[in-house]
Ligand binder design. Structure first.
Ligand code: OGA
Ligand code: NI
Length: 348
């Protein structure tokens, strides 16, 4: 179902926000707990790769990662080693892409049968609330999954830039997944092995400024369906909030850090030991916001279900499905909190 381009709409509408974007639920839901660097309870944990891979500190830092995945499902990653030049180039090219005239961006527009390309979040019905966000969605790996028709060639370096960044993100997520495997008692590195050849996708999010930011949402509350997400904040505008203790915590990005979060697949594989935390995006009336979310998932034929070695006789909390069936379920339902995860839950 086609929806309007939000960037163009934001310029056009002024203070008259179309009804399909206006959220009644924001008022009662808006207990916002402000993120604060000084308090452990109010900001997501910070995981330092410098320590995680230093023999002297690795056990301690791995334990901190375990608690971060268990209690928060979200954490900052610092000293991740992604080259500054690669990040800067990505920020530059993506910012430039979203600045292009609509006709130019539409050269890589979504088409009916595909989720990839430039456009908006998938819409299921005329009643569905719309999000204050335009996206570019691309599959970057494995190579056979790449559909270059959706990859911008303007700016000219864009494809190469995305490839370079994707390779770096893959390395960071591999490293995290190795430690996660170990933390879950899988000495074989099983979770890492499962995701190694998996599908990697990227979602480039553009949230235009809005004259009434409190009426809309950039992204509705949702949990990510993949295994692990690594989010890069492109400019200084923040807006990501995670659900915790009955309120929303604003995630204040740390300069140079990536924001990692556990996705539904990891919650399921770990039989609920790790949490795929619900999050949403609020927008502002000052300036556009840009982010790049990289998702690491499994691949075709893989089973999304609690890993037998983790269960070790314990009762599975989730059903098992082949990735294709799991993906079909995702696209048959709109993004609504953790509803996809709920569908996978087994009742007593
Ligand atoms: C996402 C997401 C958060 C953000 O793309 O799934 O949650 O801050 N993005 O853009
Ligand atoms: Ni998300």
């Amino acid at each position: 179902m086609e929806v309007e381009n939000v960037q163009a709409l934001a310029v056009k509408v002024g203070a008259e926000i179309p009804q399909r974007y206006v959220r009644g639920e924001r008022q009662e839901e808006d207990t916002v707990i402000d993120g604060n660097q000084d308090s452990n309870e109010k900001d997501i944990p910070v995981i330092d790769f410098g320590r995680l891979f230093d023999p002297e500190w690795c056990d301690e830092e791995a334990e901190r990662l375990h608690f971060a995945c268990r209690d928060w499902g979200f954490f900052h990653v610092i000293n991740h080693g992604v080259l500054e030049a690669v990040i800067e180039k990505l920020k530059q090219d993506i910012t430039e892409f979203f600045k292009l005239p609509l006709e130019e961006k539409n050269k890589v527009a979504q088409i009916q049968s595909s989720v990839e390309g430039y456009g908006q979040t998938y819409i299921h019905s005329e009643e569905q609330m719309l999000e204050w966000c335009d996206i570019l969605f691309l599959a970057t790996s494995p190579p056979s999954f790449k559909q270059l028709r959706f990859w911008p060639t303007n700016p000219p370096s864009c494809r190469e830039t995305v490839d370079d960044y994707a390779a770096e993100v893959k390395r960071v997520s591999d490293d995290i997944l190795k430690v996660i495997s170990k933390n879950l008692g899988l000495e074989s590195g099983m979770i890492f092995e499962m995701f190694k050849g998996g599908i990697q996708t990227f979602r480039f999010n553009y949230y235009p400024p809005c004259t009434c930011p409190e009426k809309v949402l950039g992204l509705s509350p949702h949990s990510d369906s993949a295994g692990l997400t690594l989010l890069l904040q492109v400019n200084e505008q923040h807006g990501l909030q995670i659900r915790k203790n009955g309120g929303w915590i604003t995630v204040k990005p740390l300069p140079g850090a990536l924001i990692a979060n556990v996705g539904d697949i990891t919650e399921i594989l770990s039989n609920g030991r790790y949490k795929s935390t619900e999050h949403r995006v609020i927008v502002n009336n000052v300036k556009e916001r840009l982010t790049v979310a990289g998702f690491q998932a499994l691949t075709i034929g893989d089973i999304v279900g609690p890993i037998p070695e983790i269960l070790n006789g314990e009762k599975p909390l989730y059903t098992s499905l082949e990735l294709e069936e799991f993906a079909k379920m995702l696209f048959a339902n709109k993004l609504d909190g953790k509803s996809n995860l709920e569908r996978m839950k087994l009742s007593d």
